[in-house]
Design a binder for this molecule. Structure first.
Ligand code: TYM
Length: 335
């Protein structure tokens, strides 16, 4: 039986942080041998907010290298760049014409990001979830591992697929409805400076996140200064103590220990004892990723060959779906 297909992408906006790693990439990598996987760099999404053309290409390479550094195995997984496969843009246009505008206006991320952009909201920002639906549906993905913040976009993807099948392919559905894969733990890693907000690349404060490529000194400084509380003894799941829950969860995920184990280990600790422990654990778990990243970046030719192979595999599948969608919509075949 053919393996199920897993697909996910990350935007190349700046560095990856622990939220991206624990909420998404680590989960893709863990299960990869059971599936046929496509991990993409969403560089078309990256320009839905103002971007820097001087760093877009290098940021794209950074993310692809980090996929490899985090343990992507090319025996099971293809790494590709979204803009290298033109079917993504083309399918987005076709889906634009069948997606009701009010579905897009209801998206929480759009509303939040649009607030931040003020006058400068592009049509692309509103359209972002349609591009994301195209990313997923082009590959007929069975499962899409993401963090909690992408859940609504996945529901929209399923709605677009169902609408398309219903309107244009009722007898023989063209698009597969994907399942989101959202883990209970790590699906929402919170900011180090405010335990009620998610860790995010767009937070103006560097102190709010730990990046995968942060030096040991930077990690130590961020954890030393992170927000805590005045209560002695550390506990999970206390809604009055969001920072405590977040930092214990980070420790649990980075150390690989079980929740009960961490709860017992830390129940009598104060912050002065816990913070060095978390620092040490974070530095040790990021070290192998940082070393592998450097090795990949030192061999640009290798990285390019990985992306070339990934693009070829991605293109074959994406173009096949695109052709089926166009046929269902009634397009003529180019002569
Ligand atoms: P992006 O680049 O914002 O985030 C990449 C992945 O990291 C997850 N994530 C988090 N998980 C836990 N805690 C956090 N604080 C946190 N912050 C981010 C995100 O849920 C995501 O899984 N639109 C997507 C990229 C995308 C995509 C796709 C994903 C484009 N096309 C198709 C899946 C399938 C995005 O901007 O993710």
């Amino acid at each position: 039986m053919a393996k199920q297909r897993v697909l996910s992408l990350v935007q190349p906006t700046g560095n990856l942080h622990l939220g991206n790693y624990l909420g998404a990439i680590r989960n893709w990598v863990e299960g990869q041998s059971q599936y046929e996987n496509f991990f993409g760099v969403a560089d078309l999404h990256a320009i839905t907010v103002p971007h820097n053309p001087a760093t877009l290409a290098s940021d794209t390479y950074t993310i692809a290298a980090l996929y490899l550094a985090c343990g992507t195995d090319l025996e099971y997984t293809n790494i590709f760049v979204q803009s290298h496969v033109s079917a993504h843009s083309e399918l987005t246009w076709l889906f634009n014409c069948i997606t009701p505008l009010n579905w897009l206006e209801d998206m929480i991320q759009f509303k939040e990001k649009a607030l931040k952009q003020g006058e400068n909201v592009s049509a692309g920002l509103l359209d972002y979830p349609v591009l994301m639906a195209s990313d997923i549906l082009l590959y007929q993905a069975d499962k899409v591992p993401v963090g909690e913040d992408q859940k609504q976009h996945l529901e929209l993807t399923r709605d677009i697929a169902a609408r398309f099948n219903h309107q244009f392919a009722r007898k023989k559905p063209v698009l597969k409805l994907p399942e989101p894969l959202i883990r209970a733990e790590g699906a929402r890693v919170m900011s180090l400076t405010d335990g009620t907000r998610k860790m995010s690349k767009s937070d103006p404060s560097e102190m709010s996140r730990i990046n995968l490529l942060d030096s040991p000194d930077a990690i130590a400084k961020k954890i030393k200064r992170c927000k805590t509380d005045l209560v002695r003894g550390l506990t999970f799941d206390d809604s009055e103590r969001p920072e405590c829950h977040n930092l214990l969860t980070l420790y649990m995920l980075l150390s690989g220990k079980k929740k009960e184990e961490v709860a017992t280990e830390c129940q009598d600790m104060g912050w002065g004892q816990f913070k060095p422990l978390l620092t040490e654990t974070a530095i040790a778990s990021l070290k192998p990723i940082q070393e592998k990243y450097q090795a990949v970046m030192d061999d640009k030719g290798y990285l390019e060959s990985v992306l070339r192979d990934g693009r070829e595999k991605a293109e074959a599948i994406a173009n096949d779906t695109l052709a089926k969608v166009k046929a269902a919509l009634g397009y003529s075949v180019p002569l």
